[in-house]
Structures are given as C-alpha cells and as structure tokens.
Design a protein around this ligand. Structure first.
Ligand SMILES: [Ca+2]
Ligand SMILES: [Ca+2]
Ligand SMILES: [Ca+2]
Ligand SMILES: [Ca+2]
Length: 271
C-alpha cells in the first residue's frame, strides 16, 4: 500500500516529534504538577545543532523553521503559518504540534462528507487528521489553556507545568502579579519562572515554611521540594496570602493564592 502525500507528511511529523521534544523538558526540574519532586534527566542535552551547517539555516518566511526542515515537514517555506491556524510553523514543530493540521475538517482532503472517495475511506482508517488537539482551540496537555493562548503566553502546549514548579500553567497565569519589596521586585506565579530561591525566601520565612511542610498532615517534606541546587520555588512553597495554605496546596484545591478567602464565604481557605 502506498501512502498519500498527507500520510507521508504525517509519518514524517510523528517521527520528528522526537525532535520537537528536544526543545521541551530542558527548562526545569518538575515534570508535572502531580510529579513535584521528580527530576528530568538531562540525557537529551546537546543533541540539537550537532552537524548543523550554518549556510543551510535559511528561513525564507522567518517562522522559526529553516527551509530544509520545511521540506521535511511538508510545510510551505514561504508561508509562516501553513495550516492557517494562527500558530507559526516553527512554534508548532518545536512544541510537538502538527504544523499541517489546524484541527478542523474543512479542507476537501479531510472532508467527512466526501465519504465516497477511496482516499477519504483510507484516510478515516489510517489517519488521525484532523486532530482537535492540534488546532488553536486544542488543549493536548489538558492544563486548561488552549494552544493559541499557550503561544501568546510563551508556555508549552504539551506540558501542563511549563516551568516545573509543580503549579499548573493556567492557574499560575490567572494569578501572576508583581510583589514589590525594598530589596527588589519579584513576579510571582509567572508560568515561565518558578522563582527558585527568590529573595522572598529569607531565613525566617524558610523556617516557617519548613515547619509547615514537615509538620505532617500529608504534606510533602520541605527538603523533597528542593531542586537539585537545593533551592525552593517561591511560587510553590510560599504562603503568599498568609492563610495557612502554601501556594502549592492552593493550586491543588484550585483556590486563589493571593486571597485568604477565595470564595468570599467569610471563612479562610484553610477552614
Ligand atoms: Ca500553523
Ligand atoms: Ca494547554
Ligand atoms: Ca501548558
Ligand atoms: Ca508552573
């Protein structure tokens, strides 16, 4: 059985999702919000760029995907957004999305009403196109942020916790704010930064939060929340609104880490 153009392109994409995954997972230590404490190994380091010919890096449409790779992916080297879904070809490839799939079955090749054609039947059996997860409204990492918003925020559409601080991308992005202190300013709940070892973690605060976590109640041990450098994430371990729940616990409950009484019932969240 010979493969259609689309199927070949799809096979190329699937095989190179591994390539995309190399861009992913090199930014931090915590894999998912459930996996706080697990570490990513760095075995994938240094695989990108080996043997790259600098003269072969022409990117005619400036979409982040060099022309020689556009040929491999079947994308248009002169169109920054081949599938017209609002997400750039290069961003889609780097983030493991299919740059040829806008998630909608509106082109003739993937039209389900065209069921009489042999191509359509074959496609139905062997192809997973269109995949809503690959479109601008898809949410393949199930973090509550659709892909177009992940692109705008700069977060990873394939990881629910882009900065590996144990906190969900959407939850963080809802509560981002700048804390102003005499010693400097800190942007808390930035989904792109875990604020590891930030200046808000002074000795007194560390002692209070160590006691909080090590005081059982099913909470993880303070030391287990550190990254390999022994630093803690301010976003994760602080109790920003001083309501007795650490931020990571507020994330678990889906409550507001900047308000003692998230639901306005006049009772603090910890009650
Ligand atoms: Ca696109
Ligand atoms: Ca998402
Ligand atoms: Ca995400
Ligand atoms: Ca996070």
């Amino acid at each position: 059985m010979s493969m259609s153009h689309n199927q070949m392109a799809y096979a190329a994409i699937v095989s190179t999702l591994i390539f995309g995954s190399l861009f992913v997972g090199t930014t931090g230590f915590f894999q998912t919000s459930e996996g706080a404490g697990d570490y990513d190994s760095a075995v994938d380091d240094d695989l990108i760029g080996s043997g790259t010919d600098p003269t072969a890096s022409t990117d005619s449409d400036n979409d982040g995907l060099p022309d020689r790779l556009e040929a491999q992916f079947g994308t248009d080297p002169n169109d920054e957004d081949t599938d017209k879904d609002g997400m750039l070809d290069g961003w889609e490839v780097q983030n493991g999305l299919n740059p040829l799939d806008n998630g909608e079955s509106d082109d003739s090749e993937n039209d389900p009403t065209d069921a009489n054609s042999e191509d359509a039947e074959i496609q139905e059996e062997t192809d997973s196109w269109p995949d809503p997860d690959d479109g601008p409204s898809g949410d393949p990492d199930r973090d509550g942020l659709i892909n177009s918003v992940e692109q705008a925020l700069g977060t990873d559409p394939m990881r629910a916790d882009t900065d590996n601080d144990g906190l969900n991308d959407k939850w963080e992005s809802q509560y981002s704010y700048e804390e102003i202190t005499p010693a400097g300013n800190v942007t808390l709940f930035d989904p792109l930064s875990g604020n590891w070892g930030c200046l808000l973690l002074d000795a007194g605060t560390i002692q209070i939060m160590r006691d909080h976590f090590d005081g059982n109640d099913g909470r993880p041990e303070w030391d287990s929340l550190a990254n390999p450098s022994g630093q803690h994430s301010c976003d994760m371990v602080l109790d920003t609104d001083s309501d007795g729940l650490a931020n990571i616990e507020e994330e678990e409950y889906g409550t507001n880490p900047t308000l003692k009484d998230s639901d306005g019932d006049l009772l603090d969240d910890i009650v």
